[in-house]
Design a protein around this ligand. Structure first.
Ligand code: AGP
Length: 627
């Protein structure tokens, strides 16, 4: 571990992460175009504004691409179905250039066709040089320079050499798949700062941004490292570095993917994933607890007990929904394990010169494990000498591989762009972590820990109960789906859940929504209250209950509408709710988990009532691999 002194200015290592597209390539015994289009469907969560495929034909390489989603691509691909045993494909989230047919990948030069997930930082300078050399550009993308560069080198060098030489000239982040007209039975893939996984099947090979692209066909994979170059041909694969030296990479069998990439009869992935939570959370727990002993299985965290005992402070870095989990985790860890926790938005962490060092633990929380800012924060923490733990859902993702320790949330692939089951699984993981730390540091006794674990095990059933009451939430959605703005208010651990409720609603319904600590309402947000701005109150028993009840009265006094979400007991004490949503009783930490569920359902049904594309909301992508 290379420790920094801690006195360096803010900034950390420069970030080079690519755009958020999905790529897949296939060589094998089957119909390559079919396999690639199917793979793109599973990668569509990464971007969905345009798509394309390329495959060798008798005389060259044909490209078919379009603006729109994979279903639009299917229409042009299957109008007259091509036959090929080699193909590459791309689904795009636009960075350089508007979503359009001409900016869609694959891009081509005379002899070269490629797809790219990433950003070429020096593309303007390369473009000028290549234009001078006679190359004509037909897109606004940074990617096109790579095609022409490789093409230029391929005139005097082998295909492999041309790729290596071109990449020496290019600066930035990339995962690329390249085809050559001169060697149509060969595909070259290279990664640097953008993910690329090799899948090895029976007589077939895959290169893709993520395992779900091919997991139904093979589970044997090589997670490639930066600067690995893979050369695929129908007979096999070779891996080399960018100097052309052959290297060995271990193939591993990944476990079958739990909940799969189909909607299983649901109208949307988001709804399926909300409903899946009882099962997903049971999977998060499996093998991680000893219920009879009332203990957490510490080996799962792969962190040494003495090391944990010596930790001064914990820092958690994350983005979006995962950041909300981090904020809730602070309450759990500080209150249960009595260890100080600082939570950072990962995008800010490395720029603030964080005072983190050798006795600190940095926890990265990331569903995808590929979020650029979270990875950069994790690297910055490591650079400053901290121990790093990744709480991650995607197997083999960069965050998990780079961390000193990893705790997989095991909630299964999450396809809906709005995170739901991954969030509650992150909360579960943090609760387990807090209990483990508490044991190591002696902050709670065995009986208390056993009680907390027993309660944790009851949560999946309690979520089942909330879901069985979905009709009541649909009725609330029907009343409120035309609202202009929403406020979500909560206190303590319910403040992050309020933030999450607001984020869910704005992501999928495009209604402006804000989450706030209820105690802050009087300091500003109260100015917004009228009959068009419903306020969702998350109310917990205990110390702060009366104060939140007063906030509800204040909203009602100003003509506002109050939606109250609370445990059954507390709900009975709320006289002034316009709409009441009850959840089963549990401890305050797990109440945060339970409350997330009705908020997810409310956002979902409001989004659907407004006719929004809830699985693929506009402008978003599942895996945010740009800064
Ligand atoms: C959640 O609904 C989001 N779409 C988004 O905020 C997400 O949580 C964020 O981008 C972080 O992703 P990660 O967990 O994969 O790092």
């Amino acid at each position: 571990m290379s420790a920094a002194t801690g006195n360096e200015p803010a900034g950390g290592e420069p970030l080079k992460r690519g755009n958020m597209c999905g790529i897949i390539g296939y060589i094998g015994r089957d119909d390559a175009v079919d396999v690639v289009v199917e793979g793109l469907r599973h990668l569509e969560y990464r971007g969905y504004d345009s798509a394309g495929v390329a495959f060798p034909t008798g005389g060259g390489i044909e490209v078919r691409r379009c603006k729109g989603k994979i279903k639009d691509l299917e229409a042009i691909v299957y109008a007259d179905k091509p036959v090929a045993n080699v193909a590459i494909g791309h689904t795009r989230w636009a960075t350089h250039g508007v979503p359009s047919e001409y900016n869609a990948h694959p891009h081509s030069s005379d002899n070269i066709v490629l797809v790219h997930n990433g950003i070429i930082e020096n593309y303007l300078e390369l473009k000028e040089e290549l234009t001078g050399a006679g190359y004509r550009f037909t897109s606004e993308t940074d990617t096109e320079v790579l095609c022409h560069l490789i093409d230029r080198y391929s005139r005097e060098h082998s295909f492999e050499e041309a790729v290596m030489m071109a990449l020496k000239d290019a600066r930035g982040a990339y995962a690329i798949l390249v085809l050559s007209v001169s060697e149509p039975q060969k595909m070259i893939g290279v990664r640097k700062d953008s993910p690329l996984v090799l899948g090895i099947g029976e007589g077939e090979f895959f290169l893709a941004s993520d395992v779900p692209a091919f997991h139904t066909r093979t589970r044997r994979v090589v997670f490639l490292e930066d600067n690995d170059m893979v050369v695929l041909s129908p007979g096999g694969y070779r891996i080399m570095d960018l100097g052309g030296n052959e290297i060995e990479r271990k193939a591993e069998m990944i476990p079958p993917m739990a909940a799969g990439a189909d909607r299983g009869g649901y109208k949307h992935y988001m709804l399926k994933e909300i409903h899946e939570q009882p099962r997903a959370l049971s999977d998060t727990l499996r093998g991680r607890i000893f219920p009879e002993r009332g203990e957490v299985n510490m080996s799962e965290f792969r962190l040494d007990e003495d090391v944990l005992r010596g930790i001064d402070r914990i820092f958690i870095g994350a983005c979006g929904t995962s950041w909300h989990a981090a904020l809730a985790g602070k309450y759990m860890i500080e209150q249960i394990a009595r260890t100080p926790v600082e939570v950072d938005l990962a995008s800010e962490f490395r720029y603030r010169g964080p005072l983190i060092g050798a006795n600190d633990l940095f926890i990265a929380i990331t569903q995808s494990g590929e979020t650029a800012d979270t990875l950069a924060a994790q690297r910055e923490a490591k650079r400053r000498g901290a121990l790093t733990l990744s709480i991650c859902n995607a197997l083999g993702a960069s965050s998990a591989r780079e961390a000193d320790a990893v705790f997989y949330t095991h909630s299964g692939p999450e396809i809906g762009v709005a995170s739901t089951k991954a969030f509650t699984a992150q909360l579960f993981s943090l609760y387990l972590f807090a209990l483990m730390m508490a044991k190591v540091r002696g902050s709670i006794d065995g009986r208390e820990a056993a009680g907390m674990i027993a309660e944790l095990m009851r949560v999946p059933d309690k979520i089942e109960k909330i879901i069985s009451n979905e009709d009541a939430i649909v009725s609330v959605a029907k009343e409120l789906f035309k609202a202009r703005d929403f406020l979500y208010l909560g206190r303590g651990i319910l403040h992050p859940i309020a933030l999450e409720g607001a984020l869910k609603l704005k992501e999928i319904s495009y209604i402006h929504a804000e989450g706030y600590p209820a105690g802050e309402m009087k300091h500003g947000p109260i100015a917004l209250i009228d009959e068009d701005v419903p306020v969702v109150f998350l109310v917990q028993g205990g110390l702060l209950k009366e104060k939140v009840l007063s906030n509800i009265a204040e909203v009602k006094a100003r003509g506002g509408r109050a939606v109250v979400v609370a445990g059954e007991g507390v709900l009975g004490e709320v006289g002034q709710a316009d709409y009441a949503i009850g959840i089963p009783e549990t401890n305050p930490y797990l109440e945060a988990v339970l409350m997330a569920v009705p908020l997810q359902l409310l956002a979902y049904h409001i989004g659907v009532l407004r006719g929004c594309d809830v699985d693929q909301p506009r402008n978003l992508a599942k895996s945010v691999t740009v800064e």
